[in-house]
Design a binder for this molecule. Structure first.
Ligand code: 13P
Length: 359
C-alpha cells in the first residue's frame, strides 16, 4: 500500500505526476477538498443538524478543506451556522469549511423566473459554485420534456401552420420554407415521423445544459468573486465507444475558455463519470480514475503550463464511500472527492473527510 498524504506537493518527473509529503500549515502545500453535494435533499434545519454531526465527528480537523452544497433554500441557514469563529470555538475547526451552491445562472438579474444569479449567491456568503453537474448537463430533457415540445413541432398540423405564418414574413429564410414544404409532402411522411421519433428519444436521453451555457456560468461566477467546481464526465456510451478523452477535452476546453491564469489555480475540476454515479452504480475502477485524472492534468498543462496544472485540485465523484476513499486518495492525480449519497450520512461523510487518519 502507498502512503496516504493529507497534505502534499505535486511534481512531474519522468512524465509522471507524483505526490510528495508536505507539512500541514505550509501555504504552498495542496489541501484535499472533500465536498458533499446534497442534491435535492434536506430542509434547511435538517442540513444544519447534519453539518453539526459531521463537525462533531471531525473535531480539530484543519488539514483538509470541506465543502457543503445544500439546495438553494438551505444556503443562508447553513451560511449562518458555519461562521468561522463559531466553528473554531465549538469544534476546533479552522477556516476550512466552504459553502457551495449546486448551480448558478449566467445573467445577473432580470426576467429569468426560477433562476439564481452568482451575485445573489455571493451576497449570502456562498464561496464556490458547482457548475456543469451531469444532472444538469444530461438530465434536463428527461425531466422537463424538451422532447415533447420538439416532437409537437414536427407534426403536420404545426408545420402547416408554421409554413403559412413564415411565408407571410419577408425575412423568412427560403431554405427553412423549402425544408418544411419537403417534410409536408405526403411522399415524405415517413421521414417526418422518423425524425420526430429520433429527436424525441435523443432529447429525452441527452438534452441539458450545453458546454456554451456552462462556459457562461463559469464566467459569471468568477466575475462575482465565486470560485468554481467545474464538473465533467462521460456517459457509458461514450466510454464504450472509447470517446471519453475526446468528450472530456471538449467539455473542459469550452468551459475554461476565457478563464485567465490567475483565476485558474483556485479552480477545482470534478471528474464524475455518469455511469459511476448514484445508488446501484459502482465507482469507477482505480486505474480508470488515475488515467482520466492524468489526462485532465496534462490537458491543463497544455492550456496553463505545468505550475498551474500541478496546483489545480481535481476531485473524483461517483460512489465515493468510507471504504474506498483511501484508495482513491492514494492516486497521484486525485485531490479530493465530490460525494453524493454518502454525504447525507454524518458517520460516512466524516469518515471520508478523515481518510487516512486513525478512527
Ligand atoms: P454519488 O456519490 O451518490 O454517486 O453521487 C456523486 C455525485 O453526483 C456528486 O456530485
Amino acid at each position: 500500500m502507498n502512503t496516504i498524504y493529507r497534505n502534499y506537493y505535486r511534481q512531474r518527473t519522468a512524465n509522471q505526476w507524483r505526490k510528495t509529503p508536505a507539512e500541514h500549515g505550509d501555504p504552498s502545500a495542496i489541501r484535499p477538498f472533500l465536498a458533499g453535494n446534497w442534491k435535492m435533499n434536506l430542509i434547511p434545519r435538517a442540513g444544519v443538524a447534519l453539518a453539526a454531526r459531521i463537525f462533531d465527528l471531525c473535531r480539530d480537523v484543519k488539514d483538509v478543506d470541506m465543502g457543503f452544497a445544500p439546495p438553494f433554500t438551505g444556503l443562508s441557514t447553513l451560511a449562518d451556522y458555519i461562521e468561522p469563529d463559531f466553528l473554531q470555538r465549538e469544534y476546533g475547526i479552522g477556516r476550512n469549511v466552504f459553502l457551495l451552491a449546486q448551480d448558478t445562472f449566467f445573467e445577473s438579474k432580470g426576467a429569468f423566473t426560477g433562476e439564481i444569479s452568482s451575485d445573489m449567491l455571493a451576497a449570502i456568503g456562498v464561496d464556490r459554485v458547482i457548475i456543469g453537474h451531469s444532472d444538469r448537463r444530461a438530465n434536463l430533457g428527461k425531466y422537463f420534456g424538451f422532447s415533447s415540445s420538439v416532437a409537437r413541432r414536427l407534426s403536420k398540423d404545426f408545420l402547416t401552420h408554421t409554413l403559412k405564418r413564415l411565408s407571410q414574413r419577408e425575412q423568412s429564410q427560403p431554405q427553412v420554407l423549402a425544408t418544411i414544404e419537403h417534410l409536408l409532402d405526403d411522399k415524405n411522411s415517413d421521414v417526418l415521423a422518423g425524425l420526430a421519433t429520433f429527436l424525441e428519444a435523443e432529447l429525452n436521453e441527452r438534452a441539458g445544459e450545453s458546454d456554451e451555457a456552462i462556459q457562461r456560468k463559469v464566467q459569471a461566477a468568477l466575475a462575482n468573486g465565486l470560485q468554481v467546481i467545474l464538473c465533467c464526465g462521460e456517459n457509458r456510451e461514450a466510454r464504450e465507444m472509447r470517446e471519453t478523452f475526446k468528450l472530456l477535452e471538449r467539455q473542459l476546453r469550452i468551459a475554461l475558455e476565457g478563464v485567465a491564469r490567475p483565476m485558474m489555480s483556485e479552480m477545482i475540476i470534478a471528474y464524475e463519470p455518469i455511469w459511476a454515479i448514484g445508488e446501484g452504480a459502482k465507482p469507477a475502477p482505480l486505474e480508470q480514475i488515475a488515467e482520466v485524472h492524468d489526462f485532465i492534468r496534462n490537458l491543463l498543462m497544455d492550456l496553463y503550463g505545468e505550475q498551474i496544472a500541478a496546483r489545480v485540485r481535481i476531485l473524483y465523484g461517483g460512489n465515493v464511500k468510507p471504504d474506498n476513499i483511501s484508495a482513491i486518495m492514494e492516486l497521484a492525480g486525485v485531490d479530493g472527492a465530490l460525494v453524493g449519497g454518502a454525504s447525507l450520512n454524518a458517520t460516512d461523510f466524516a469518515k471520508i473527510i478523515r481518510f487516512g487518519l486513525p478512527d
